[in-house]
Design a protein around this ligand. Structure first.
Ligand SMILES: [Zn+2]
Length: 603
């Protein structure tokens, strides 16, 4: 297994890996991004190509390829290994059989089911009608293939039979959400029947679930109970959780990153047709409200989120769809307006206008402007009651704007639209109690405990990692006050001296991480310190003397600080000794105090 870990690390560059999730920007010798694991506006998530590791200065998470994939995909180590091996092109068969866990089986059965649905669409007679329908909606054949669209035949058993013939068990098929248990307990039947099938993929393009959609008006379907719904989705399974899946994101993630913008729509068809028309940064939340997890995923790629609206979208829409949550998390929200009354969604628009959708999708409108205008259209802003309703619609949204300046601006705009005073609106906003929406599902960030907690000491150590021979100065001129360093600093000074003697053939950080301090937390602390040093002294090679001065200055500060705290300690001890009337002790402590104070005066 270690071998596989090494192989993966050899083949997969960590910068490439993380780039496929986040928008990385070059910063000195390293790369930076907004951290996907905590909320932030200025990037503190750092990736080092040289060290093949990542670290976030904001939330103190960090590690290698595997820990990154584990964190960002929410998977365990074996699953991360599997994903990375796939990426590296390493044969999965080399892996231990035990990695064929439940999740892997569910992914396999979903993949196979998707092949079955595709075959039905392209090759069966009943599938032909579905295919014609898709083409009539404007989908090209390549698109239909690319998105693996399929057809579920009008049958209760054909998918189950097909999968069981390929050695999947009833329970596995059921666990993947592909079958439904009969109410009388006598077995299972196919969940998706006589429907167009949209496979839902995770970020890596692995199929984890399906949406089945009716495509013709069939009275017997409409009257049926479950079958009547326009859409049927895979229920929650071990691999399918709609609160953290965005339709089309596997294909849209690169365009989103490149354009630094994400366009959110409602339906799968909207996304597919948008992509086909060249609007690659479109994803859909598939009818559910935006969740915290959705937003976290989007934030890996961009902070700019556009929402698709038609002109009639009511103000209600805002809270319905998690927009408040997005505002709360400081997304820059925009609106893409579909302004043709005959088009109710992007799919309609693409069908009518084709590639013109590209230009339209780039027209950003302010979401607040949009809300104020649409509320004013909906209600009469000249009456007292109308003003009240409009304010009630718009203020909850404005209250969620995190920037006070921006909020004040839009309150001003609303006041103007309502011909009312800003103070009145501000007072109204004050008393608004926001729903718990924005706090649901947020767990306190788990922090990795690191050895480093003292800024000045960390500063010194990071400096030494950058330029270990600085330590030589301490032995000559600064050796006597060594007693005033903390244990940690003393230990490190010793380690760096040893490195200079024995470790010249190895990089200092490798020496430290592989030979001296093997504990995981210590390794991460050192890696972090190195990143910090690179950041603080980007041109350290040209600034040798500055580093020397810096180093001595820090040592000096550390001494001063430790001496001062020593003096405070002595003072306390003297007071206690006086209380106990222990004269002998008082005298000896006072002597020590004097010596120490003198030393402080000298340095
Ligand atoms: Zn972070």
């Amino acid at each position: 297994m270690t071998n596989n870990v090494e192989k993966v690390k050899e083949k997969v560059d960590i910068v490439d890996l993380i780039s496929s999730y986040l928008k990385l920007q070059k910063s000195g010798v390293n790369y930076k991004a907004n951290c996907p694991f905590h909320n932030e506006k200025t990037p503190s998530f750092t990736v080092s190509s040289e060290r093949q590791m990542w670290y976030c200065f904001g939330c103190s998470r960090g590690g290698d390829h595997f820990s990154f994939v584990q964190e960002i995909e929410g998977v365990d180590f074996p699953e991360a290994l599997r994903l990375l091996a796939r990426r590296a092109g390493i044969e999965l068969d080399q892996f231990d059989r035990s990695f064929q866990n439940t999740k892997t089986r569910l992914l396999a059965v979903s993949e196979l089911a998707s092949k079955f649905f595709q075959k039905q669409l392209w090759e069966s007679n009943s599938g032909q009608k579905a295919l014609d329908y898709l083409k009539s909606r404007g989908l090209k054949e390549e698109t239909i293939q690319d998105y693996k669209l399929g057809f579920a035949p009008d049958s209760w058993q054909s998918l189950i039979d097909f999968l069981k013939n390929r050695s999947f068990r009833d329970q596995e098929i059921f666990d993947a959400g592909l079958s439904v248990r009969r109410e009388n307990g006598s077995g299972y039947y196919d969940r998706f029947r006589s429907r167009i099938i949209f496979p839902i993929a995770d970020l890596n393009g692995q199929i984890v679930g399906f949406t089945g959609r009716v495509f013709e008006t069939r009275p017997e379907l409409v009257e049926g109970r479950e079958a009547g719904a326009k859409y049927i989705n895979t229920p929650q399974t071990a691999i399918y959780d709609k609160s953290c899946l965005l339709y089309g994101l596997d294909k849209a993630k690169m365009p989103i990153r490149n354009q630094d913008r994400c366009l959110l729509m409602e339906g799968n068809m909207d996304v597919i047709l948008s992509h086909q028309a060249g609007v690659g940064h479109a994803v859909a939340s598939s009818g559910t409200a935006l969740t915290d997890q959705h937003l976290k995923m989007i934030r890996r790629y961009t902070n700019n989120l556009d929402l698709c609206f038609d002109q009639d979208a009511a103000g209600q829409y805002a809270t319905d769809r998690g927009i408040g949550l997005a505002l709360q998390q400081s997304f820059n929200l925009g609106v893409v307006l579909i302004d043709d009354p005959n088009c109710k969604d992007p799919a309609d628009y693409v069908q009518k206008y084709g590639d013109k959708w590209q230009a339209k999708a780039q027209e950003g409108h302010s979401i607040f402007d949009f809300y104020i205008k649409s509320a004013c259209r909906q209600f009469d802003s000249s009456t007292a009651n109308g003003k009240k309703v409009i304010a009630q619609k718009v203020l909850p949204l404005l209250k969620r704007i995190t920037s006070p300046v921006e909020r004040a601006y839009w309150v001003g705009e609303l006041a103007l639209a309502l011909q009312t005073k800003e103070e009145t609106l501000n007072a109204e906003m004050e008393v608004l109690v926001l729903s718990l929406e924005q706090n649901k599902g947020r767990s306190p960030e788990k922090l990795v405990e690191l050895v480093g907690s003292d800024t000045l000491e960390d500063y010194l150590i990071s400096l030494l990692i950058l330029k270990p021979d600085l330590v030589l100065r301490t032995s000559a001129e600064q050796s006597s006050p060594n007693q005033f360093y903390s244990e940690k600093v003393k230990t490190f000074l010793e380690i760096f001296k040893n490195y200079l003697i024995v470790g010249q053939s190895i990089k200092v950080l490798d020496y430290l991480t592989q030979i001296v301090l093997p504990a995981k937390a210590d390794r991460m602390y050192l890696e972090k310190s190195y990143l910090q040093a690179q950041e603080r002294w980007p041109d350290w090679l040209e600034a040798k003397n500055d580093l020397q001065n810096e180093f001595e200055f820090i040592l000096h500060q550390l001494q001063k600080r430790n001496i001062n705290s020593k003096l405070a300690e002595l003072e306390m001890a003297i007071k206690q000794a006086e209380k106990r009337k222990d004269k002998k002790l008082v005298v000896s402590l006072a002597g020590e105090f004097q010596n120490t104070a003198q030393f402080l005066g000298k340095i």
